[in-house]
Design a protein. Sequence first.
Length: 509
Amino acid sequence: MKKEENHLFVIFGASGDLTKRKIISALFSLYTQNLLATNFAVLGASMDEFSDESFREDMKNALKKFGDETTYDEQRVDQFIRLLYYHTMKLDKDEEYKKLDDKIKSLQKKLNIEPNLLFYMATPPSLIGVIPEKLATIGLNNEKNGWKRIIIEKPFGFDLSSAMEIHQQLTGSWQEHQIYRIDHYVGKETVQNILVTRFSNGIFEPLWNRNYIQRVEITSGESIGVENRGGYYDHSGALSDMVQNHLLHLTAITAMEPPSSMNPDAIRNEMLKVLQSLKPYKKSEVAANVIRGQYLNATIGNEKINGYREEQGVTPNSKTETFVAMRFFIDNWRWGGVPFYIRTGKRLPMRVTEVVIHFKPTPHFLFHNSARENLCNKLVLRIQPDEGILMKFDIKTPGEEFDVEEAGLDFHYSSLSDQRIAPAYERLIYDAQNGDSTLFSRAEEMIEAWRFLDPILSEWKQNSTIPLYGYPAGTWGPPESDKLFRGENCGTWRQPCKNLSNDGIFCQL
């Protein structure tokens, strides 16, 4: 990895939770690896009153609480926080941005930093389009004397209309190459390994098509509820919060054609083609192919878990979905006729993200073990936790008869004891500083994802007969999601465990 050019890193919403939990920890980790620019500083900006010193102390406490305990070093932390500065401002007021410009120029001169600027939007969704416009009015988007980039957190809108509105706000004053739409799922090392698994191994790529694959399954589950995000989540839901970005991006990476090179545009061009090939739903198809659910109260162990409607900030009669399972198709030559199944939810049994490739069964089963007949080989690409790869295949059980049982061949990233897996935010912030947009969403990808999902949102809104199923907290969502498989061979969700190598109802969660 190379060091980035000298620049100032400006965080809007610097007193917020995202800054404390993720951004500062990522910057500190880059600092300890000597991967920040020689002349570098962080300028935090928000409406809370801090001095430089009180902001530094607040971020030091955040590193103690949320940082990596194994790399925390008091002396290095004290050195790092000297790079932090603070500016109090109201982010929605025009007159505040001239003062911000003065502060930026003062720091650049004082610290001998070139006029390169990276802005991070750790702000509420309502400010996503506002702040870039105000920066542009005072020329802080102008690249004549140095590069200017802006990192934007999801949500990228709540439907196609709002996404297009945000897009027009952004591109009215910023060029596409300056905009970095962050998706921390795609920043994970194990997501990028999907590309390597496919395109560097001759045993996989020839089989990666409709001739050998029966279905593709993607699960992204969370064991937590909405926590203190009830007010935001109740206006979003699982479809907008998770499917539009994380799961459809995982789908695109899994299903894309080989790129012409590892150039960022070459990779994202192929991902875009997948999203453009998603077969749209007719209104009459939504209810049968998209299952939505909402978690109910339950007792797990000795702990009473609130239902979604009992969470702080949630409307008592809310119909917001906390679980979505879908069945859809990609209409292209490689994947024609292969169903893709995705599911995501809050308050599931465990936090897990994985892609499962289900290969077609043999055309004729020679062996008399009927329990194994028509069961499929599986390739499991585990994103988190216990990151790794698992291949499930059949072997002969020792004995006189040709009895067959399933075995697993696995690789765990934890076995690479001398290798560190960088957290997603660390990798993505490093790439943005370096001008590498490979792992960031392009406008066309965002719009195509919304174009695919908009009919679902519309039908849910207009058709009151479509059910919202309840499911007890701590379960794998409503059992109605199993009906998506409609009796196909090998037709059931994989039930993952914390240990990649295990699955099934007897696994330890």
